[in-house]
Design a protein around this ligand. Sequence first.
Ligand SMILES: [Zn+2]
Length: 496
Amino acid sequence: MKSIVITTLLLSINLLSAQQLNEVTYEVGFSKTPNPHLEVSVTFVTDPYSEKTSFFFPNSHWGRDSLRNCLKNVRFSEKVISVKFSTDSIIQVHHRKGIDTIKLHYTIEQDVGKEINYDNFSRPIVQPNYFHVYTHSLFILPDINPKDNLKITIDWKTPNQKYHNSFGTNIKHQIIQTTRKKFEESVHIGGDYRLYTEHLKNKKISIAIRDTWIPFNDAKIITFLKEITKGLRTFWNDFDKEDYLIVVSPMNNFKGKGYKGIGLTNSFTTALSNNSYIKDKDLLQLFNHEMVHDWIGVSILNDNEEEQYWFSEGFTDYINFKLAATYSFTENRNSYFTKKLNITILELLISKSRNIKNKEITYEKFWSDYYTQIIPYKRGALFAFLLDLKICSTSKGTLKLDDFLRAILNDARKNGQKIDHPYFVSKANEFLKEDITTFFTRYIENGEDLPLQQTFDQYGLKYELTSYTNKKEKQFKNIPKLLENQDNKLLNLLFK
Ligand SMILES: [Zn+2]
């Protein structure tokens, strides 16, 4: 009996100290002189019985490396004996025993380019009049399991400047309780961003836009975002959301058409070239895609990141094709869906990597090779279309891919189910009469050419075979192209 009491006591002490260890307090300020930088002071609670504490500040992230170039002027409290970067992401601090906190100061400065552009969008941007920095490149974090909870306090020290992040807007004093992973995947902005607040079923949506736009004005951006948010929350039947932040920044120095976005916790951030090459449809495509990641990517997680990009990127694109075809501001709404599918088919079939095996789409290959990077998007979107047709036809129009995805969301939220291949196949089989194991293995895992023509023939979808010649005069033949505005019963049912 006695020993049980002792065990319980020890356990509760351990739990208590574990909880305290995950508390961290940051003070952040923004200064233009001597050069633009963010000034950070942080206090960590440490284990008094240990002489070592490790911290997390990745040098490589999202395909970018040398991110530690931006970490400058690191100064630890006098209790610290030595500091070293032990791995690509871990800082190992050796300190005296018996201390309960470590305090450190540092600055974050921009290392690549000037204004936001294609190359530095995933890196810290700290300019004289604004900043845009992701958590992993702003805050040195405790080296804990990414799934563990953190209690983060942030105090903003620059009163004449505005500061917003994925967890709140107009922040002065903020307390965040979340997992390290969710905190890591967030963005911090400040300076001359204009903030607009909208509400959807009493949930707040903040939109931050900066600079003067050539292709459109703030009102257009807001109109688009409002309808897209409503469309997607209706699609997922999910209105119970945290406050949400959307950031729209211009790439002023980008020649031609270009845009980028990253879906984050309770937020997404985008950058678009600020010129007349950018059209409404680009705005739509970008916003739609990034917002779907609020479900696929945030709630529904890949089991092994790149291995399931065919789902997290491809299915995301497909949902967009469907939804965008229903928005009031979409041009040619009747043909939008078929047009999008046709472009996807063409892009996949003329790609050098069209038959790359799914396993070969690794982190290195994905981030270094454009031809590989586009495959999960195109292959996944077309696979989603074929699956949508199968589900809709099997259920005689009573079910669609939409229902299947809502069921996946439900499993993810209830049981923490991630997307892995056996789960995906068995879940899809619940919506079908036939087993799709072989179908999945052939077309997703092995990268065989999708059975587009066979499927179109099977469901009576009208198409023509076209050819395409690329810049190097290489000719591609027999590329199926669905006819626009065709009146196919099954196709119509996908939108019912
Ligand atoms: Zn994406």
